[in-house]
Design a protein around this ligand. Structure first.
Ligand SMILES: N[C@@H](CCC[C@H](N)C(=O)O)C(=O)O
Length: 288
């Protein structure tokens, strides 16, 4: 069977996208892992099936938002399912619009269904902004050990639809010295695993009202990636939590670029949004 795909990325976090409008494509975890393998496959941090929400496991979300026509069926590079992907959803929006499957007219919002609920995407001058919705501290504090750090460090658990643990480091030398191809270990071990972000405050921390931090990440089901959108939001939220400084505008520098973070009040509690680029790079065909 020949399968067409499109490759895209958001700040270097890259994805293979495959049309599965009817939700019938039944690729095993092994097949997905092979497609995402950078030596034996196409190579990507994740695979996204483009599926009509009505034909998906989250069809019930249409009761709340009938306009959420498309479901981002996100899989990590090891084939496991994930609830949400902050970079992936911007690339997904770019794909839908480029292919004429959807549109964002004059500042309107494009609702996209995910396993973490409906997420609203808007167009910006340089890409897309995504309202990740409500967030929460999740699991409290963890002890984090990772190659390149001699002693365990405390990490804060946060849920952005998917699980994260954020660790603050002293300086860039510590951040650059991490060997994140090896998975950090967490104590206690979260039941469903977690993405682990390591962050350093930039100097000066705040310029023109925007606070700046640098981050590297080890993603659950993937390994080190050049960027993680939900992790970027988690990083800014964790630093604000520790600093207790009410800072609501952030710029997060990752190896693949920069992503903005904004926290804002809504009727159903505080939301967090990210904004950044999303690009399609090439298309092709493969057979399994
Ligand atoms: N890269 C993503 C997160 C993808 C899912 C993650 N690895 C998980 O298992 O939760 C992002 O940009 O948010």
């Amino acid at each position: 069977m020949n399968i067409e795909f499109t490759k895209g990325h958001g700040t270097g976090n890259d994805f293979v996208m495959i049309n599965d409008f009817d939700g019938v494509m039944d690729l095993s975890e092994e097949a997905i892992a092979q497609i995402c393998d950078r030596h034996f496959g196409i190579g990507a941090d994740g695979l996204i099936f483009v599926t009509r929400t009505e034909n998906s496991e989250v069809a019930h979300l249409l009761n709340d938002e009938p306009a959420a026509e498309w479901f981002m069926d996100y899989r990590n590079a090891d084939g496991s399912k994930a609830e949400m992907c902050g970079n992936g959803i911007r690339v997904f929006a770019r794909y839908l619009i480029t292919r004429g499957l959807s549109e964002i007219v004059d500042g309107s919002t494009l609702p996209i269904a995910t396993r973490a609920g409906i997420k609203d995407v808007t167009a910006t001058a340089t890409g897309f902004a995504v309202d990740l919705g409500r967030w929460k501290v999740d699991g409290g504090e963890f002890l984090v050990r990772t190659s390149g750090l001699s002693v365990a460090r405390p990490g804060l658990g946060l849920n952005l639809g998917n699980p994260h643990v954020v660790v603050a480091l002293a300086d860039m030398a510590e951040l650059e010295g991490l060997q994140l191809h090896l998975a950090p270990t967490l104590e206690p071990a979260p039941r469903s695993g977690a993405n682990v972000e390591f962050v350093v405050l930039d100097d000066p921390l705040i310029t023109q009202g925007v606070a700046s931090i640098s981050m590297r990440v080890h993603e659950r089901g993937v390994g080190e990636t050049l960027s993680c959108g939900t992790g970027i939001a988690a990083a800014a939220l964790a630093i604000r939590h520790w600093a207790d400084n009410g800072q609501n505008f952030w710029r997060v520098k990752v190896p693949g670029g920069e992503v903005g973070v904004r926290m804002f009040p809504t009727q159903d509690g505080e939301h967090v949004a990210i904004s950044g680029p999303a690009e399609l790079t090439f298309t092709g065909t493969f057979s399994l």
